[in-house]
Design a binder for this molecule. Structure first.
Ligand SMILES: Cc1ncc(COP(=O)(O)O)c(C=O)c1O
Length: 366
């Protein structure tokens, strides 16, 4: 591809020697699990997000499972979740033994709203798992006002901020929040990684126990837990990269502006930041009724583009047990049918944005 959908190498290349030095330092030390790199990253990531506690875990899916289990969620409980998301958001709920109850999204923002959540609440609802999809921010405070705890799935929203005073970030908005450091994410590890953030000391302690077999001291096992630890190599690399996250997020915001300046919004519907949010677009996902033809035109021009979540989660075969098939979710249907992601990265500039727009200004798509 002349212009790839993701470009992780351009941002990591300047840090190559620092990353290699960190890997060598971890190898020399010979501590690979729950050592000083994980502790250091947890402190630095918590400070970045703006909460007292971050707990490093094995991946973003486990982060959701552990966050929900820390809240005591399990069999007999309902957790509201959008259907237009990566499958893991709902899968993690089912893994706790609770029931995912699917709600709709606003296709203009790709996020849930207080109204879509309200429509899905049941007497058994113990939490709402909002998803800050593509880096946009779901309205956490409005949903909390419905009287249910909110867990943020912030897997795609590292680097996003709210223009509040003082500024706040996804990860500090709900009762607990979860992150993924999968290599394509805004803050990438060199393998799997994740974190749970929270203001609540007791919940943080429970997540810390759950990631290590339900034990505080490796002697007494108080809970049936998990083996879900961020490892020292990943934590060390994440410590090298974290100081660059804000600059990368600024680059993603600038790329979105470059697309708008190049006239992309005249051809397709651009994603709308939710009120007060300044998204670090993980993916730049636009909408058009002829999304598949546009994808073909872009790919033929050597431009990486793809659709996301064409089959929303409530229609996935594994979710049939949760009654997903009969649900009417019009915003989800529209988002899944019409979306297409165009290239997005911290280094995408006006020339690349113009190239994408030029490839779309073809008579066949007029
Ligand atoms: C919205 C969302 N939730 C959860 C996950 C799961 O994260 P992981 O792949 O690290 O398990 C991902 C990413 O893959 C995601 O995009």
């Amino acid at each position: 591809m002349a212009l790839p959908l993701f470009d992780t190498s351009s941002t990591l290349a300047p840090l190559d020697s620092e990353i290699r030095a960190k890997v060598a330092a971890v190898l020399d030390k010979g501590v690979f699990v729950l050592g000083q790199e994980v502790r250091g990253f947890e402190a630095e990531f918590a400070a970045y997000v703006g909460v007292p506690h971050a707990v490093g875990v094995a991946n973003g899916t486990d982060a959701i499972v552990l966050a929900l289990r820390a809240l005591g969620i399990g069999p007999g409980d309902d957790v509201v979740v959008p259907s237009f998301t990566f499958y893991a958001s709902a899968e993690a709920i089912a893994l706790t033994g609770a029931r995912p109850v699917f709600c709709d999204v606003d296709p203009a923002t790709f996020c849930v709203t207080a109204d879509t959540v309200k429509a899905a609440l049941t007497p058994q609802t113990k939490a709402v798992l909002v998803v800050h999809l593509f880096g946009n921010v779901a309205p956490v405070a409005e949903i909390e006002a419905l009287g249910v705890p909110v867990v943020e799935d912030a897997a795609q929203a590292a680097g996003t901020r709210m223009n509040t005073s003082p500024p706040t970030r996804p990860g500090a908005l709900g009762t607990l929040a979860t992150f993924s450091f999968y290599p394509s994410k805004n803050l990438p590890a060199f393998g799997d990684g994740g974190a749970v953030t929270t203001r609540d000391e007791a919940l943080a302690e429970r997540v810390r126990m759950l990631r290590f077999h339900g034990s505080r001291d490796k002697q007494t096992f108080e809970l049936v837990g998990h083996n879900s630890r961020l490892d020292e190599l990943q934590a060390g690399i994440l410590r090298v990269l974290l100081p660059h996250l804000d600059a990368w997020a600024d680059g993603r915001r600038a790329a979105a502006r470059a697309y708008a300046d190049a006239g992309l919004g005249e051809l397709v519907s651009l994603p709308e930041p939710t009120p007060g949010s300044e998204p670090a677009w993980h993916l730049y996902v636009v909408r058009h009724e002829r999304a598949d033809e546009i994808l073909e035109a872009l790919n033929a021009a050597g431009i990486g583009a793809r659709s996301y979540y064409r089959i929303p989660v409530h229609l996935q075969p594994a979710m049939a047990a949760y009654g997903g098939a009969g649900l009417e979710l019009p915003g989800t249907a529209e988002a899944s049918r019409t979306n297409l992601a165009v290239p997005m990265s911290p280094v995408l500039g006006p020339d690349e944005a113009a190239e994408v727009v030029a490839a779309l200004r073809v008579p066949a798509l007029a």
